[in-house]
Write a protein that binds this ligand. Sequence first.
Ligand SMILES: [Zn+2]
Ligand SMILES: [Zn+2]
Length: 362
Amino acid sequence: MASGLAYRFERPGKNLLHHHSSMSRARLRELIRLYRTQCPKQQPRCQPPCWQPPSSRPLWPSLPLEIVYMIFLHLDMITLGNLRLVNTLMHRQVDSLYEYRMLRTHAAETLMNLDIARCTHNFPLHQLYREFCHPRCRTGPDFGPLLYIPTLSRVCLQCVLRHSQYRVATLHDVSVCYGLPEDRWDLPVFSCVDLLEGQYSSDRLIDVTQAGLLFRQHWLRRFGSSSREFGSALQEWTYWLRSTVAFPCWDPHARVAEPGVYCYGCTKYWETSRDKIKRRLRKRVKYSYAWDTTSPGSKGVDRAFRVPDLPRHFSTCPHVVRRLRRGEDHTALRFGESVGRIFRVDAGGERGAGRAARVGKK
Ligand SMILES: [Zn+2]
Ligand SMILES: [Zn+2]
């Protein structure tokens, strides 16, 4: 175990994924307001209940709070937000729900990005909260600083770019490929904002793997035999990073929401050498990732950790930095931009005092 310098992204969504970075807050607020007002109309109408409580004795206030919370956990954040407006009792009950409060307090930016993607209404609170408390990527051993929207699962950047199960395609392409109309896909569909126009693009995205499974079920029910393989034809129309949002993880021991900590040495090594590597690759790479190269230590770039896991990385990292040089900036650079303040993590996995990152002292 060893100590070293680390940093966090100040704005994980903006710094790493470049989501909506060029759009004004006012425009984003407007998009969210539109989604929230239109959303209840898009949802299927509920069947009328067969039993109506007598109007003189409303049922809701007599329900035990445990039952109320169980119901709330199966509702989405938008419905809960609307319930808060019904009366003061419901307002108080929703606000007193621990899971709701925690997400509103510690994952506000993620909730905002799910609203912008117009998909919040697909996911119940308990599903969102379960991922909030789950630190690891669902397909690898590393900490996952991102949330893959279509299945609401925690993921790391490396997996989302490499695993075939994190592929999305436009609803239109999927429908054409499988020969099913667009309204037959009972899957979460999400929208993307065209950053230049400030409007939603007409392409709405869905998960390719889920679409394939759904189609296979449909084919089996209809023809009673296994389906043809269509999925590979979709390869060329798939997108990757548009399908994720930054998502901090609740650490119950430190009682903080951890967005992910990064090794400063690995990042610094990559930032100073990526131009040379790019030239050697002789490719016109617009946005290249460090771990696409074979350089030593490149696997640590863009790999998020929790603070207690960093000393293990520092002990084997060929680029670990233990102190800043005189005059060196106290913020880390990623893609040439200042992204977050540098701090020291000691060998025991504790965040060191601020002075430790200062010049000169080991
Ligand atoms: Zn992973
Ligand atoms: Zn490192």
